[in-house]
Structure formats: C-alpha cells, structure tokens
Design a protein around this ligand. Sequence first.
Ligand code: BGC
Length: 875
Amino acid sequence: MTKLLLAVLLFFIAPLTANGKEQVKIIKTQCEYTDSPVGIDTSHPRFTWMLGSNVTNTIQKAWQIRIASRPELLSEGKADVWDSGKVIDKTTRIEYKGTNPLQPHTCYYWQVTIWDENNHTDTSAINRFETAKLQPTDWKAIWITDRHDKEYEPAPLFRKEFDLTGKISSARAYVSGTGYYELFINGKRVGENYLDPGYTHFDKRILYVTHDVTALVNRGANAIAAVLGNGFYNCQSRAVWDFEKARWRERPRLLCELRVTYADGRTDVIATDEHWKTNTGAYTYNNIYSGDKYDARLEEPGWTTARFNDAQWMPARKTGQPAPLLVAQQMPAIRITEEIKPVSMKSFGDSIYVFDMGHNISGVCRLEVKGESGTTFTLRHGELLKENGRLEPGNIDVYYKPVKPGETFQTDVFILRGTGKKESFTPQFSYHGFRYVEVSCNRPVKLGTGDLTGLFLHTDVPQAGEFCCSNPLLNKIWAATNLSYLCNLHSIPTDCPQREKNGWTADAHVAIDLALLNFDGLTLYEKWMNDFIDNQLSDGKISGIVPSASWGYGEWPGPVWDAALFIIPNALYNYYGETRTIERLYPTLLRYLDYLKPLEKEGFLTFGLGDWVTYEAQTPNEYTSTLYYYQDYKTMARFAKLLGKDSTPYQQKAEQLKQLINEKYFNTETGVYANGTQTAQAIALYMDIVPAGKEQLVAEQLHKAVTGNNYFLNFGLLGSKTVPAMLTKFGYVEDAYKMITKTEAPSWGYWVETKGYTTLAETWLLSPEFHDASLNHVFMGDVSAWMYNTLAGINLDAEHPGFGHIIIRPHFIDQLDWVSGSYQSVRGLIRSEWKRENGRIKLTVTIPANTTATIHADKVYTVGSGTYHYMIKCD
Ligand code: BGC
C-alpha cells in the first residue's frame, strides 16, 4: 500500500474571478433533461438548471421560474403561462405546477432566476420546449398499412401529395411506424435518426417522434413518403428468442401527421389515412438479425417527390392502433456518431474483399460503387477472421436459425441499377456488430478502401465522464468499456450488438455505474424502465430480456437478473436525484415481490443464474439469488420511505433475509461466506450484510482468495462488479490494481492487450473455436467505474442523491504517476486530478456550485464549490 506521510504542504483555495466580480451564473437549462425538446408529451414537464460560479462555496438560496407563450413576454416580465414566484429552496429540479394546463402542439418559452446565499442573482437565457400530443384525441392521423401478409418480404412504401397555400411559419411531423420508419418530404430524408421508433413491447406501448420539418416543406405542391422496416415488430426469420411468434407481430404500420402552421395563423394537417398510396419497391427484404436487401433496379425514381405518377399504386389500408399507449420518444435518438474508413482491405480473387474497420462497432456500412445493372454485392459482417483471412461468423451466429435460403446472419445485399454513375447503399432497417466486412460480388470487381465506410450507430447519449492515467493499459480498458457500452445501446441497453441484441436485465444493472459515470443516460433508462412495466405478467413475473415477445419468463434467469427492477431506478435516484421512475415503477415492484414470496424455500430463493460466465470458481446460486432478494427489499424500503409510504415491512423483511443468509452461509469464526470464492466474499461486503465487527475478517478472506490465486481474478459478472471495489474499500487497493492490470488470462488486460480486442469479451477465455461467445459484451466493464471511484476518487454520496454531496477519495497507487478524472454531474463538472511532483502528490479537485464535498487528501476536508489544490508528501 502507498504510505503517505500525510503532511499538507499547501492547501490552497483558488477563487476564480471574472472581471474582478463575484458571480453566480446559470450555465445550462433543460426541460425533461433535454436541451430544447420539440416533442414532449408530459403534462408536468421537469425543468432543471445548473449553476456555475467564479467564487467558492456558492449555494443557491432561491429560484423562480417563468413560462410564457412568447419570448417577448418574458423580456417584458410577463409570464402568461406560469410564474412560480420566488421560492426559497436549493433545488435545481422542479416540475411544472402552473394552473394553466399545457396545450398540445405548442411551443413555450421559459427562464429561471436564481439567488445565491449572498443575494447574487442570475437569470438564464430564454429556452424553449414544445409539446406534441397530450391526449389521444390530439391525433388526427390514423394507422395505415398495405394489403400484404406479415410474411411478405418487400417493405411497404407510402406516399401522399398535398398543396400548401401560404407563407409557412413552421411545420412538424409526428411519426411512428412499426417496426421502423424512414420518412421523406419532397425527396429529402427527414432527420438524422436511425431505427426509429425505439424498441418497445409493441402491443403495449409505441413511441412516436416529432420532427421539425419547416425547412423541408414549401408553398405549392409537396410530397410526403415513408418506407417501413420490420425490426422487432415483424421478425420474419427464426432465432431462439421466438420473435417470429411475437403476439404483436403484424405487417408494418405507419402513423404520420404533418402539421403546418402558416404565417397568418392558419394550420393545415396532412395525416395518414386510406387516401395515402402504397406500393413496394427496392427494399426487397429486411430483418433485424440478418440485414437489408435492396434491389436498385426496382426503384421508382421520384416516389418521394411531388408530381410522381402513382396511378399504379394502391390505396393504403386503414388499420388499428397496435398498442393502447402511444408515447413521445424522449431520449436521444440512434444516430451515426462516427464515419469510419477501413484501416485495410484484402482481396481474395477478383470478387471477394475483406475490410477491417480497425475496431469493433455497431452499425452498418455505406457502399459506394459503380457497375452494370444486376451486379450484386453481398456484405457479411463479423468480429473475427479465419486463419485464411476470410470472415469467421462462428462466435456470433449460433442462435440465428434461418429457414429460408436468403436469411443469412448479419448480411446486407445490394443490387446495382446500373446508372453508369456511382450508386450508394446504406441499410436502413438493421444494424450489426462487427469489425470485419467481407464484401463479395457476383462478377469480377475492383474495390478499394474508399468504397466502404463504417457507420457507427447507437443511441447518442452525451458523454459525461473522462478518465485518463499514466498506465496506458488502464486507458485502453476504459476506452474498450466505453466502446462496448455504446455498441450496446440501441434504444435499450443490450447484451451484444451481433448475436442477440437483447435487453438482458443483469447485463444492464451490473453496468449501470460505468454507464452513468461515462454517459448521460437518464432519459434512455427512464424509457427502458417503462418497458419493464409493459413486460410484467399479471402474476408479477418479468423476463430475463426486456422487451420480450414471450421468451425468458421461466424461473431460470431469476432474481439476480430481475434485480434491474430495483437497481436501475435506485441508480437514477443516486446519480440524478430523480424519482419519476421510482414513482412509475412502484406498483410493478410490489407485484414482483409478491410473485417471489411463494417461491421461497425455507426463506431462500434457490433458482436463477448467479455469477454468470465465471472463470472457474462457482459461487452457489442460492446464496447470490437470496442476496439480491435481500437487496430488493432493502431498496424497496428506501423507495417506500421516499414516496411517503410505510417502509417498515420491507425493512423487516430485509433484516430477516440478512439473518437467514448469515446463519446459513457465514462462518463467523473464519470469516468465510459460502464456499469462500472471491465473489462470495466480496458480494457479502458489497451488499453490507456482514455482522458488525466482522467486516475486516471477511475482507481478509477475500484478500486471501485473490493473493492465493496469484492476484488473478476468478469470477463472473457479479465478482467483476464487487471484487475490485471491496478490495479497495477494505485497504487492499494495490492488490486490486495488480489484478486489474494483469495481461495474462483471465484478465481485462488479456483481452485488450494480449488478444488486441477493442471491446470487452463475453467470457474470460474466448477463442475462435469456442462458438458461443461475443467479443462485445459490456457486463464485465465495471472496472471503468472503479477507475473513477478509486483512482480519480470521484464518488456520489447516496445520503445526498443527485450529487447533493460529493465524496472525493483518490488512491495514490504506487505504480501510477498521474490520474485525471472528470464527471459532468447534474450539479456541474466534478474534476479530480493528481500527479507526482518531486516526491509529493499534487491533487487538484473542482467541485461545482450548489453542493459540498468531503475530500480525502492528507486529511479530510469539507468544502463547498471551487477549485482546491493540495500538496501531499508521500514516501
Ligand atoms: C447473454 C448474456 C445474458 C445471458 C443470461 C447470454 O446469452 O448474452 O449477456 O445475460 O445470456 O443467460
């Protein structure tokens, strides 16, 4: 362990000054955790703001919010929608409490004024938010489809021409389409989103998206058009999760309403109905696990523009709304976040080329080629190559069970029209997990690296954290974790972007800290937790994947997986101080606990998965299942208290479970839990069930299990979350570091250094011969959260949710020269950096406004906002 001489040479608080004036400033305002949302559907939106300050110890004393129908009114001091008045309160998150109900399709303007404890004040810039549909009756559009059966492969196209008769001041398109839609107005693709709407239980809830299309419409003749993909709504091929038997499965459907407002105040509504025309075209096949097929010879030029002759097209068919809930999509969209040029290309004969993107991504490729009509390009995507350099899909295609000849895993097909010019193809209705792309052609062709571009597609969550240190291996692991996380974000958090694309529940909850420390994911998880409400059966059961068409509801995933129900809302509360998910989910949680109760066997839960994909050591599943059961109740007690309900029964049940586990699994003399595996020891400490006074003994046994194994890890996903954290907490941080920086198997370093993987693997010992292991799972990635918490020392304080208090506790590991970590919290930027300088450690910490922090340097300091420097002498 690093021994510090613990002498402060300098403790210096550096007040920043701007123009010599002390100031508090509102640096950011958001509505529904989005900068200026255009399509919210909640009648009580949330408003949040963030303070910046150039003086230390800034605390907000009061706030006042004002909302108006026009921005000028705010400038004149007239808030005609809501004026909260000055409220003495520290909060920076409030809900709409005006007496005027918000109206649909309406843009509102708002600003907030704050006062700090020294009566300095600031008023934010005017921001805006816009409502979409607030009631089902706000919709004029009806759902439409075509006349084909759900087995019919070509994608349905829809179109409608219309005239606009005046100067246009704004236009909005409210759109949904099951499984996915791509929308065009006057020949232009609407927006930059991909794979919209987000994946939900399509018979319970469907999302719609609002697009600002003012720039796309014009006076006179216009056309609006859409093509629909199958997605998870209409899986036409078989895979083990039974999506082809989904109860919601139907031919894709479209709902679209274009509202145009003229400068003179008039409104025109162009809405889907049976007067829209439909046909099929070049999109001949699409499947979420397989890919897209596009035959450009079947394209009817101009079908998305006005004055196209659609006389041969059929009228669309009116159909029912697929789900009772039609909800605004309020999370970042899936977008292309990076265009990647292949790092190399190898040819095999004159018609097969293998491209290497340099690292794993989730997404698709754009192919730009020239050739004769009928030239067919097949793009196969994978993570590995065979020894001969050709694509090896064997580690990821195992659960796909194609029945028809064309259903090839992660494969897109493009047939050229033969225009004499370069033709471009980008799949629209699927995505793949891949590093390598094998492109083959039905005739000899010459390709170069410039012909193919990788498009990295994922839910575009803003980055919140950054970490870097003097050990490049840790930086590599951190980067691989973030890449794996983003590759696994497609409107739900998934297990892997290739083989499954499923919302595996434990994968998400073990990754929740790395997720929220690295990315601002609140709205994404709020959406996903709604999916749990829809997922629950009437007996309270939930499935191991969410959403699910019917698969995974048995007892086998079990309580450790289901614990996402509690862990994720709890994390949203800890990181954001946000309780909306807890409020919404509360009845679901009660029903779930009622479902588990009769399954107890002498108080224990004996079923379910445990320390999944462990290296070798097996920890008893009854022990881990019952531990998570205990944690469910403990969390439920917290939630009940928070919502002003009686928490006693949950607290009591948690206490009983703790006792029961300790009686059966704890050896009070030796300090060993269960069979003494690394996971068994660490998880007892992590869950805080160890009888008072015995914690260090249990930690010693954990330490022994690690040192006795030559500092090698020996666990699966539960150990990966708890072992490094508990070694650290109980004084063995240097040993945790040793484990984390190993490069022989099993270790993270083995993956990213020795094997050169760019994302985290699913199993510790993957090899190409082992045909069921992805190279892009994030569930072993909590080590990235450990880097923030332990090395930079940035920690939340669960007693003060939403970073109402911050704990900075860096560990100055002997082998590290410097560490730098920052995290954009709901209060503002937290930064912690340290470096060695002439036998001392220089620590610099920044704490945002309106909060306090406890900083563990040479001794413990309690501070308010500001930047602080410490010089710490060490051996
Ligand atoms: C998934 C995992 C998941 C597990 C549970 C796997 O196939 O990829 O990440 O949690 O199954 O059974």
